[in-house]
Design a protein around this ligand. Structure first.
Ligand SMILES: *[C@@H]1O[C@H](CO)[C@@H](O)[C@H](O)[C@H]1NC(C)=O
Length: 377
């Protein structure tokens, strides 16, 4: 249990998350964190005696020799010296689907499943794609161990026969020395191997789809179009939804990065380091909302609204086409939870200046989980 709570085990996308319980955030006694902070602080204090230019050079040299994870905290990211430079570009404008003939066989949605639970939620997303009349192909990357589960083989046949899913058997990309929750997450990166397609939309299965998003296939060319991990303080891109251009070159880079990945480096960290300078930004409001946003401690939801209008949970929900279940450490929606566990995380109602009680965020959050559970039956 103590192991699980260590900050260095947790992927970057959760480090400064307001949704983490107190004690797991930056104030935790994490030995790795401490070791990482010391040298740069020491450098800064010592360099006080140097002239500005010398200070700059020293800091730059230190930063360049530090692991990428720490460098990303720094505004050097903005310059593209480190970190995802594209984070600072404006989100793309969503084009409309071209009129006339479109060869949809160039495009596919991909998901990956390494467990029967994940396979079941993938199936729910494929069903949603079907319901929203998506026209692109549907690919499911799955791993050989699923074939020994009768539930999984049944779900695979449903996927093929009812939702026209093309199953793609892949080797599980797994690491032993990393946090178990994300140990298989590298597998999703094998989507880059589907080079028979011009463009792919990867969707994480612990999510719900609420509209047709086929237009994303027609975004201007970019190796990766990614949403900002808007809930973090530092610049990071998220990987729970990605618009990708598969290529052998990209796959080679990916494979090398998976090989070298250690604790704290998961699919999202790899995506940031490989594509952070070349990518384009997917607007998070419509395409990358987290369920955790409805429980954010910030009443104004500054990071989410990003200077555009005010937080209005009903409107946000209405605009959202893709919502990701993310209330860590609250379990994923397919897992059973006790009433106590639920009571601990359920969003509170808010009281406005006139004393009116607003429970919309709470109701929306509860409804999202309820819908998911109902869909899984
Ligand atoms: C990529 O796809 C090719 C062709 O289907 C396959 O032979 C190869 O094993 C795949 N590579 C990986 C890493 O999955």
């Amino acid at each position: 249990m103590a192991r699980q709570r260590r900050l260095s085990d947790i992927p970057d996308f959760l480090h400064t998350s307001p949704f983490l319980p107190v004690g797991t955030r930056g104030d935790s006694h994490d030995p790795i964190q401490k070791v990482q902070v010391k040298p740069s602080l020491g450098q800064i204090i010592r360099s006080k005696h140097f002239r500005t230019v010398v200070v700059f050079i020293v800091i730059a040299l230190v930063l360049l020799t530090l692991p990428t994870k720490i460098r990303n905290y720094h505004s050097f990211a903005r310059l593209g010296i480190s970190g995802p430079k594209c984070y600072f570009t404006d989100p793309v404008t969503i084009p409309s689907i071209p009129e006339g003939e479109v060869d949809w066989s160039h495009f596919a949605y991909t998901q990956y499943a390494t467990t029967p639970d994940a396979l079941c939620s993938s199936l729910m997303l494929f069903s949603a794609l079907h319901q929203h009349s998506s026209r692109a192909d549907r690919l499911l990357l799955y791993t050989p161990d699923l074939l020994s589960s009768p539930t999984a083989t049944h779900l695979l046949s449903v996927a093929q026969n009812i939702y026209e899913v093309k199953p793609v058997l892949v080797e599980k990309q797994h690491k032993n020395n990393v946090h178990y929750i994300w140990a298989d997450s590298y597998t999703k990166l094998l989507a880059f191997n589907q080079t028979q397609y011009k463009r792919l939309i990867h969707l994480d299965s612990d999510s719900t789809l609420r509209g047709n998003i086929d237009a994303l296939f027609f975004l201007p060319s970019a190796e990766a179009v990614l949403p900002r991990a808007y809930w973090l303080e530092k610049p990071k891109l998220s990987s729970h939804i990605m618009v990708l251009q598969p290529s052998t070159m990209a796959l080679e880079k990916i494979q090398k990065a998976i090989e070298e990945a250690t604790r704290g480096t998961y699919d999202m960290e790899i995506i940031n380091s490989l594509f952070g300078n070349e990518c384009a930004i997917l607007p998070h409001r419509e395409y990358a909302l987290l369920t955790g946003e409805f429980r954010s401690p910030d009443p104004k939801h500054m990071a989410f609204v990003d200077g555009k209008g005010e937080w209005d949970p009903a409107k946000v929900m209405q605009e959202a086409k893709f919502v990701h279940f993310s209330d860590y450490p609250f379990p994923k929606p397919w897992e059973e939870t006790s009433a106590e566990e639920q009571e601990k995380v359920v969003p509170a109602c808010v009281v406005d200046e006139e004393g009116k009680v607003d429970c919309r965020a709470r109701d929306i959050w509860i409804e999202l989980y309820k819908d998911f559970k109902a869909g899984g039956r």
